[in-house]
Design a protein around this ligand. Structure first.
Ligand code: NAD
Length: 495
């Protein structure tokens, strides 16, 4: 099995991959080799930082209205390439084609938002913040007015480290706003899906980004560690698992960098007995099994209140059984494969562990009707789960739904809040009172009422809490503008 080593893009040009350790990636639905990513390309990482450093002064001095012009052109180019990019995502990641198209579109939303940088990075001013009576004028003569302003200025070289599960969208949470704010950027995509980021970066060069403004370097931990400790890197934006995010956050900040780390999750959905049954079942199935459960916003635990499990569990099982499990390119596909063999082994392990720990296997994805090649497992439902079970505590990152039961809403809220994560939580109910009590008491940053996934929007921050986020300023929204800029205050007195 072989594939061509994926090149880097440094200083506006394709740079061949360094020789060294490499990961070969296969199409998760077919097993055919699709790419190779070099793992320890620290020389390329150094070249990328130097290119970004050299490009920074000129780019930072470029008027913001001019900086966003390539992004407008990029948006138009992306619109023309949605299908091509979605096909790359399907073949290297395994998403279904509709999921892949949706993810590219959410990426385009981020470009649109970054195009509004001229309005977003405006500073503030407060004239006549004080009056000075010294020097030429006394206070009786009116004194000398003192004015104060705050500007938002770029930081310098910023770095983005991204996960495998949204290979087009997640990088676009980072670099478009970073460069619109006047920074230059080095993107290190997941070594599991290098082709999506490569094509997106090629298109960004085609859109007219000056050389060095956006650089792409492939690699694994060595490359990441080189970047996050580099003296010339000012900020690090990371999306990935909690274990790695904690390492990135502590290392980058200890080296004086600003860091934001959007991390792993274990998300709970509360079902009230008064919920609209059809909407709840549809929402839970979409949330737990969409993207084959490989989503930081996957609702992988359901807490049924009162007797709601009586209709929710059979409804979810019936709907999940109807999902066609196959390659993301096939018509009518409901769920594609997992990313790789390790992921499949992990999911099998957790299903076995759930059963060992006393859960009831209401639907076993290991025996689903699915292709025999590729990393497939069907939707799985484990019922009668209890606090402390591994399937309730750990992020499985696969299509495994754990069902718990509680007598009251308050008990359900307490169960949700026991999780150290806090990425998202939703409630299905017809009661405004229950929804308000949920909103007021749940310890998570992304909340939903009667929606399966409170999806991130480019113009709002992605607000994970707890072990789902390390940092202060979140991705997207005006948080991203603050993250990628420094505030500079000036106090003026003209004598
Ligand atoms: P991962 O943590 O394994 O990898 C993420 C990035 O970190 C990759 O670029 C990888 O090369 C790098 N990396 C891996 N090991 C490293 C190490 N030892 N040292 C330095 N860098 C290292 O995550 P993944 O498996 O690619 O993605 C899935 C995870 O991402 C899940 O936990 C999911 O919840 C999370 N995620 C979170 C969000 C969010 O917004 N909170 C969004 C998407 C995915």
């Amino acid at each position: 099995m072989s594939a061509t080593p994926t090149p880097n893009i440094i200083n506006g040009a394709s740079a061949p991959a360094e020789s060294g350790d490499a990961r070969t990636n296969v199409n998760p639905a077919t097993g055919a080799a699709v790419s190779q990513a070099t793992l320890n390309a620290t020389r390329a990482a150094e070249d990328a930082v130097q290119a970004a450093l050299e490009a920074f002064p000129k780019w930072a001095a470029t008027p913001v209205g001019d900086r966003v012009q390539p992004l407008f052109r990029y948006k138009t180019l992306l619109e023309a390439h949605v299908d091509e990019l979605a096909d790359i995502v399907v073949s290297e990641h395994g998403k279904t084609k509709p999921e892949a198209i949706g993810s590219v579109r959410r990426g385009i939303d981020c470009i649109e938002f970054a195009c509004s940088a001229p309005a977003l990075i405006m500073g503030q001013s407060l004239p006549q913040i004080a009056v000075s009576s010294s020097f030429c004028r006394t206070e009786d003569e009116g004194g000398v007015g003192i004015d104060s302003t705050v500007d938002r200025v770029p930081l310098g070289v910023c770095v983005g480290i991204t996960p495998f599960n949204f290979p087009v969208m997640v990088p676009m949470w980072m670099w478009p706003m970073a460069i619109a704010c006047g920074n230059t950027f080095v993107l290190k995509p997941s070594e599991k899906v290098p082709l999506s980021a490569l094509r997106c970066t090629e298109l960004a060069q085609e859109a007219g980004l000056p050389p060095g403004v956006l650089n792409l370097v492939n690699g694994g931990p060595d490359v990441v560690n080189h970047l996050i400790t580099h003296d010339d890197v000012r900020a690090v934006s990371f999306v990935g698992s909690t274990k790695i995010g904690r390492h990135i956050y502590t290392t980058a900040t200890a080296h004086g960098k600003r860091a934001q780390c959007m991390c792993g999750a274990k998300n709970h959905s509360i079902i009230m007995p008064d919920a609209n049954r059809g909407a709840a079942i549809e929402g839970i199935v979409g949330s737990a099994f969409g993207n084959t459960g490989q989503r930081c916003l996957a609702g992988s635990v359901v807490v049924c209140v009162g007797d709601s499990a009586d209709w929710l569990v059979p409804g979810v099982v019936e709907a999940a059984k109807k999902m066609k499990v196959c390659s993301g390119h096939e018509p009518g596909v409901g769920m594609g494969p997992l990313i790789d063999e390790d992921a499949l082994k992990r999911v099998h392990h957790y299903i076995e562990k759930g059963v060992d720990e006393g859960a009831t296997l209401a639907l076993d994805g290991r025996t689903a009707d699915m292709p025999q090649t590729g990393w497939f497992v069907g939707p799985t439902v484990l019922d009668h789960c209890r606090p402390g079970m591994a399937v309730v505590e750990d992020e499985i990152f696969g299509p495994v739904l754990s069902i718990m039961r509680e007598e009251t809403l308050d008990a359900a809220i307490a169960t949700v809040n026991r999780s150290p994560y806090g990425n998202m939580s939703v409630i299905f109910t017809d009661s405004g009172h229950a929804a308000r009590r949920f909103k007021t008491n749940i310890g998570a940053g992304m909340l939903g009422v009667n929606v399966g996934v409170p999806a991130p929007m480019a113009c709002f921050p992605f607000s994970g809490w707890g072990h789902s986020f390390f940092g202060d300023l979140h991705a997207n929204g005006t948080d991203a503008v603050s993250f990628f800029t420094e505030s500079r205050v000036m106090v003026q007195r003209w004598l």
